[in-house]
Design a protein around this ligand. Structure first.
Ligand SMILES: Cc1cc2nc3c(=O)[nH]c(=O)nc-3n(C[C@H](O)[C@H](O)[C@H](O)COP(=O)(O)OP(=O)(O)OC[C@H]3O[C@@H](n4cnc5c(N)ncnc54)[C@H](O)[C@@H]3O)c2cc1C
Length: 374
């Protein structure tokens, strides 16, 4: 504790990234506490479409934090394969984890279940989380402020860390859908000119989370229209659509900060980078940030350096900025490639997908990327 009674490291935001970072730091014996403006999350009681695809690398990190074992199979469904289709052409690629000798590619995890598991683990490990609390970062005396307060980070704005990016002309509409046939633990995705649509397997065999990015707000469609369009864009892959649950829409943006760190400050997760959800990588990048920063801060303690030392924090920035920028660039390329109406690009797209599908080495690479590089 410093002279004001604050911990050495203060984290703003108890989302996945902030809390997993704080748990990893606490586990390494560091003095850390968390401020979160929302109430402590309660575990969900029914399936929702509020899910993230957690890759194998992130799962290992969450296991190390003691969190993953708390998730039940109902709210953490493994997916063993991916099938991706060019919705405007004939191209397609599909791969399975066992082609690279892996048991699964990752898990589709309910966000609220994960937040609740993180909160329980925090309590059990004696990590202080100030729920429904805000902190004035300008008055904070901690050696290091870690901003993990999401894409609209107030901390980032107050501390003057500049960002670049833009809002997409797309929003994601999400809902639970029940189909006639089982999903088979496969994550399905179609790319259409208006945006990608994904069906992610949930913990009941015929239920999937629909994540549908589109130029129009699909949550406003009349239910019958929505069902017809959904069945159409997913090409009846899972048989007849039986029902859909309540729909919610989110605006989509891409943004990155120029610098992840300043003296006494580090940005993590969506506060540093927000990308299009088309490949389900945003939280996975955030978990990798959390792991990297916790490890570098342990080094700082061993070296006897202040946690807020900007030269030290730059190690974290160097370790993460390249991968995060590349991921943003890749999402942008996919977004433009599949959004193009030009016939030549459509042909190249189809040939490219087929080429990867038929090339064993490239397919193993695609599997490795989907699993998080492990
Ligand atoms: C439709 C959609 C689907 C997605 N699917 C995937 C996927 O499959 N896989 C994947 O990896 N990623 C996915 N993502 C991205 C993922 O949801 C985000 O990358 C992730 O939630 C970022 O986590 P975070 O902890 O950085 O921020 P957040 O989850 O936004 O958490 C920030 C926390 O900070 C708190 N907070 C904010 N301001 C303050 C303040 N001033 N004081 C205190 N607390 C504050 C908030 O209440 C919140 O709890 C998806 C995103 C969208 C929109």
């Amino acid at each position: 504790m410093d002279k004001t009674g604050q911990a050495n490291i203060v984290v703003v935001g108890a989302g996945f990234v902030g809390l997993s970072f704080a748990l990893a730091a606490k586990k390494r014996g560091l003095d850390v506490e968390v401020y979160e403006r929302k109430a402590r999350p309660e575990p969900p009681t029914s399936l929702t479409a509020n899910v993230i695809a957690v890759n194998r690398k992130s799962r290992e990190f969450l296991e190390g934090c003691g969190v993953f074992a708390k998730l039940t199979a109902r709210f953490s469904a493994p997916y063993v394969g991916m099938s991706v289709f060019d919705g405007e052409g004939a191209g397609a690629i599909s791969f399975r984890a066992d082609e690279a000798d892996l048991p699964e590619l990752g898990h589709i995890v309910d966000q609220t279940a994960l937040r609740a598991a993180l909160a329980d683990t925090a309590q059990e490990s004696g990590l202080t989380v100030h729920w429904e609390s805000a902190i004035d970062v300008k008055e904070c005396d901690a050696a290091l402020i870690v901003a993990a307060d999401g894409g609209h980070s107030e901390t980032r704005e107050k501390l003057g860390l500049k960002k670049f990016g833009y809002v997409y002309d797309q929003q994601a509409t999400v809902c639970v859908a029940e189909f006639e046939q089982p999903h088979g633990a496969i994550a399905w995705q179609w790319f259409h000119e208006t945006g990608p649509v994904a069906l992610l397997p949930l913990g009941e065999s015929n239920k999937v989370a629909v994540i549908w990015s589109s130029t129009s707000d699909l949550s406003q469609l009349e239910e019958g229209d929505f069902q017809r369009q959904l069945a159409d864009v997913t090409e009846h892959q899972l048989g007849e659509l039986q029902s859909v649950g309540p729909r919610f829409s989110f605006p989509l943006m891409q943004q990155h900060v120029f610098r992840y760190v300043a003296q006494g400050v580090a940005l993590l997760g969506d506060a540093a980078h927000t990308i299009h959800p088309l490949a389900g990588q945003g939280a996975n990048l955030g978990f990798a940030d959390a792991q990297a920063l916790a490890t570098i801060l342990l080094d700082a303690r061993i070296e006897g350096r202040s946690f807020g030392d900007v030269q030290l924090l730059k190690r974290y920035e160097r370790e993460r900025i390249r991968e995060n920028h590349l991921a943003g660039l890749a999402m942008e390329s996919f977004y433009r490639l599949f959004g193009s109406r030009q016939p030549a690009i459509g042909l190249a797209r189809s040939l490219g997908l087929r080429f990867v599908h038929e090339n064993t080495a490239l397919k193993r690479l695609a599997i490795s990327v989907a699993a998080g590089g492990v």
